[in-house]
Design a binder for this molecule. Structure first.
Ligand code: SF4
Length: 349
């Protein structure tokens, strides 16, 4: 469980009952709390960028989501809408998806105006490109993704925000779904919540050969045990296989991963399981940030081994060449069909 070395509390956060509740959690855990005089984060104390990164990653700020966060963005193919309970994550994945998209130092910011964040979602129910794109996805209802900018389970012991969101969706009388994906395993406090099967808990998994890229996360076996526990508690669950990498012996590595998931889920009644298959990619911006954060990493980030793909915004991302993509896709979908036929594959990207 993450214990931040600093908890910064903005005055605006304490205007909200949820902000005061998060402060009480931090104090109960004996964490060093600093009440700020203003609603601005203090500038980094460290001049050295590596130390500044480490200090930011060890800091939790209790703050308020700005109004822009209440204008939701579509987030295909994962979900219809993205919403944020927090921004930032205490883990140290060398391929972190947040690199290049976070503004400022990677402090984890937990939002106190939870009531407004959850209340705002009603305006978006019944609308969404992902839901309307296929009958397969339509059965999920309008989907709301809570893990684009954070790992909400990794900070749940400090925030309680995820439990509140699960309760909110459980009580919501409409075809809607809360979704989040995690690299953590502390699902115990979620198991007895009145989720009403309206939250899909997905676990981000990768073969053991890629585990060294995922610093500060829970081990694969713990994640798979948590997957099974969530499924037994009646939650719809999912595997987010990401980021798919051609690690040495990748065919056997990914076959072993799918078999391990199948073993963990054996005998779970009423299993509602999806799979999302996401290959590794990087942008020039994310590469620059990751090289700064993890200078010793052996994560493959060589443009010569990739092909360029243009996004609809005209930016470039570097993806694997088509033959490798096709081989990996065929292999993973065959492994799923053979060992985990219950899994509905939502997308490959
Ligand atoms: Fe980034 Fe996700 Fe890893 Fe956190 S768990 S460091 S958000 S990739």
């Amino acid at each position: 469980m993450w214990r931040p070395r600093r908890v910064l509390v903005m005055p605006a956060a304490l205007e909200h009952a949820h902000g005061r509740a998060m402060l009480a959690r931090a104090e109960a855990l004996g964490l060093p709390v600093e009440r700020l005089a203003s609603n601005r984060l203090p500038s980094a104390r460290e001049a050295d960028p590596r130390r500044a990164y480490a200090a930011a990653k060890a800091t939790l700020a209790l703050t308020v989501a700005p109004p822009t966060k209440l204008r939701l963005q579509p987030i295909p193919p994962s979900a219809d809408w993205r919403f944020d309970l927090a921004e930032g994550c205490p883990a140290h994945c060398q391929y972190c998806y947040l690199a290049g998209s976070l503004q400022g130092p990677p402090v984890t910011r937990a939002y106190a105006n939870l009531e407004a964040i959850l209340g705002n979602l009603a305006d978006y129910a019944g609308r969404g490109a992902v839901t309307s794109a296929s009958a397969e996805r339509a059965r999920e209802g309008t989907t709301f993704e809570a893990s684009c900018y954070t790992d909400p389970l990794g900070i749940e012991h400090l925030t309680g925000s995820l439990s509140a969101a699960i309760r909110h969706f459980g009580a919501w009388d409409a075809p809607v779904q809360l979704r989040f994906t995690t690299k953590f395993a502390a699902v115990e406090p979620l198991l007895d919540l009145p989720h009403n099967r309206r939250t899909r808990i997905r676990f981000s998994v990768n073969p053991r050969a890629a585990a060294h890229y995922e610093g500060g996360t829970d081990p694969l076996d713990a994640r798979l045990a948590a997957l099974a526990a969530a499924a037994r508690a009646g939650y719809p669950v999912g595997l987010t296989v990401a980021p798919i990498l051609p690690v040495p012996g990748w065919e056997a590595a990914y076959a072993g991963l799918i078999r391990a998931a199948a073993d963990a889920l054996a005998g779970v009644p009423d299993l509602d399981l999806t799979a999302e298959l996401i290959t590794h990619r990087f942008t020039p911006g994310s590469k620059a940030v990751l090289r700064g954060w993890y200078p010793g990493s052996d994560l493959p980030l060589d443009e010569a081994e990739r092909v360029e793909k243009r996004t609809k915004f005209g930016t470039v991302k570097h993806v694997f060449p088509k033959p490798l993509m096709q081989a990996m896709r065929a292999h993973l979908t065959a492994c799923l069909a053979r060992d985990l036929p219950a899994a509905r594959v939502l997308y490959w990207t």
